[in-house]
Write a protein that binds this ligand. Sequence first.
Ligand SMILES: [Fe+2]
Length: 583
Amino acid sequence: MYTLGINAVYHDSAATLVKDGVVIAAAEDERFTHVKHAKRPVPFSTWQMPFDAIDYCLKEAGITLADIDHVAYSYDPALLASMPGPSRGAATIALPLEPGLQRTSPPGESPWDPLFVSYIVNARAQLIDGAPHHLAKRFRAPEGGHRFAWHYVEHHLAHEASAFLAAPFGDTAVLTMDGRGEGVTTSLGQFVDGQYKRLKQVELPHSLGLLYEAVTTWLGFLHSSDEYKVMALAAFGRPNYADAFREIVRYRGNGSYTVDDPRLVERFGPPRERGGPLEQHHYDVASSLQTVLEETVLELARWLHERTGLPRLCMAGGVALNCVMNSRVRDEGPFDEVWVQPAAGDAGTALGAALWIDWRERGLKGDRVRHWAMSHAYLGPSYPDAEIESFLRWSKVPFKRLADVAGETADLLAAGNVIGWYQGRTEFGPRALGARSILASPVDPGMQAKLNEIKDREDFRPVAPVVMEEHAAEWFVNARTAPFMLFIFDVKPEAAQRIPAVRHVDGTARVQTVNRSQHPLYYDLLAAFHARTGVPILVNTSFNTRGEPMVNSPRDALESFWTSPLDALVIGPFLITKQGAGS
Ligand SMILES: [Fe+2]
């Protein structure tokens, strides 16, 4: 039984293919289209299906859309207040000629809603008929039409299932938070004995995610995209305005909260111009927001723990990409173990929707056992060595085949080179985890500045370490397994001087731990670097240039390599350097 999951409603369009409980492939559309987040979360982009990501998933399994049994779409239009009534088939939509000129009606509703709903209601037809010409072959209907059943899955149920049906454990409490789904913004529930039950939900207009987005905009960054920059800025500030944010966000003592209109300009002054100077005031607002977010989520976690009595928590939703918040839940929250699904943003709803429908349909046939857990995120496309080699030959790029990929790359890194590292299947989710990474030595104190320069990004942005799992505790305080860079750890004082490049201004680092079963070659590279330098750690940042999604194909890697000051590219077993270039 094949189940295809699709996220297309807002942004981070993505697809996932599940076969009988096992995830075969998962990918974000941005990696193919080179449009970051695939599209902006605006109503007139809702029609856009992640055709490239779907095409890839089908290709990976060697099937076409005709072989799919179920399609799970991670949004349920029936839950929208503005959805036409039961006579849907006959319903028409009424749209103002210029919706953008209309005053927005009640919070959470928009004059664009009719258009938005219409696109969602027609998603099935769009999937079948809308594929672009060059991909159409895999989408074509057989004689008699496609056989798949179409399912709308509530947005937060998709986030929830992406956590509890992917977590490396069974019974679990479940917490999801994002900007918004159909109407829900936060959910608290439990997955026990194979049954999921939602215990509490918070609805619009109350949304921690939307508040974080509003402050992101006020700080001159792009909302629904740059929230992680706000989190990074918070480390430079003091929570001087925490009381102001506590007036905006009130925990209600029962697993829910309210968010008042933040009136940011009234409270904190004019917004920062995009690209304008960053001042202490901005850092302090970011820090205050971050503090109150953490406090509120800790309260939610405490309520959920008290209510369920479960020792484990899994999380998803865009807010769960906030690794500083996650770490406070881990350190100060009541749960013994906290796991965050790495594609926590909306891309992960493609995974969750597919897993949920697969789970439900298998359950109807008596198969109530999970067959898969997300031990790694390497679920996207890979390219065979022969294909990479023929591409390099065709493009007349001088290269050499390495006999010892890990050892020779470690030599280059130990000598201070910054390297594009392209190995195996692409990561699903926003973090580079050693498949499409830029790697460098953490020993050089100037490396953070050098990498920010290479990636043409802001000076305040930290770079993160990857460490061999078994050595993590020697370098980071209370280190635990963290394969997805979703938690921070304090750098041990005695280690701080040896790995200055990866220590953020607050003394923390956003760590990735890796073991051999997750990515053998990546692990071997770390081991080889360790053997040469005594340091089992590398700097790891995503392989892209500013404003671009992470590289995906060999062509992307080559283009990024030659248009940025990287020293070398290790792609599969092949090494490309710039020796002699520019001379
Ligand atoms: Fe979401």
